[in-house]
Design a protein around this ligand. Structure first.
Ligand SMILES: [Fe+2]
Length: 191
């Protein structure tokens, strides 16, 4: 009989925070993927509900993982499902740090643990150029999500004048999440 969960942390216990929180989060997301994997809009909303509980108190995150890097935002893998169906990462945003314009080609949910995150969606025009939508700001305890069915070209970064920490859940292996980087004219900068 198949086990309902295959919890195989990729980071040794004790090194990357409270494993019981990460394990509980992974189990909840596994259930969401099993029950709602065919509808990404519903899946993202359900994962956001679970993730909001996890980021409501950031005490389970180790301090060393929450320090910003000078050169760029940090991204650290916390958990990856053995079958590659989803991954969980911790992102740390120094003041002014942000991603390039990019897409995932998979669903993704962000939960803000510390500070605030700003995100902007980009929409292709008839000429192919990308036009930014409104800036959405998500504060600590809140969640936001993107999925390909809704258009998933976007940019994310810290907001305000303090370091931000966010937990990201993606419907793919962590190393494969950022698929294409775009210029504003709509051309692909890198894959
Ligand atoms: Fe993204």
């Amino acid at each position: 009989m198949m086990q309902p969960y295959q919890i195989a942390p990729v980071v040794p216990a004790g090194r990357r925070g409270d494993r019981s929180t990460i394990t509980a989060l992974a189990r909840g997301i596994t259930d969401c993927v099993t029950d709602h994997g065919s509808n990404e809009a519903i899946l993202c909303a359900r994962v956001a509900r679970i993730l909001a509980e996890a980021v409501d108190d950031s005490g389970w995150l180790p301090r060393d993982l929450m320090r910003p890097a000078a050169a760029s935002y940090r991204r650290e893998l916390l958990y990856e499902a053995p079958d590659g169906s989803f991954s969980v990462g911790c992102f740390v945003w120094g003041i002014g740090q942000q991603t390039p314009i990019h897409d995932h080609r998979c669903w993704g949910v962000i939960g803000v643990a510390v500070g605030a995150i700003q995100s902007v969606s980009y929409f292709p025009t008839a000429s192919g150029a990308l036009v930014p939508g409104a800036v959405d700001v998500t504060s600590a305890g809140g969640c936001a999500w993107v999925h390909p069915e809704g258009g998933d070209i976007h940019r994310v970064g810290g907001s305000g004048d303090e370091t931000a920490v966010s937990i990201h859940v993606y419907g793919a292996r962590f190393a494969r999440v950022c698929r294409n980087r775009y210029r504003l004219d709509g051309t692909v900068e890198s894959r």
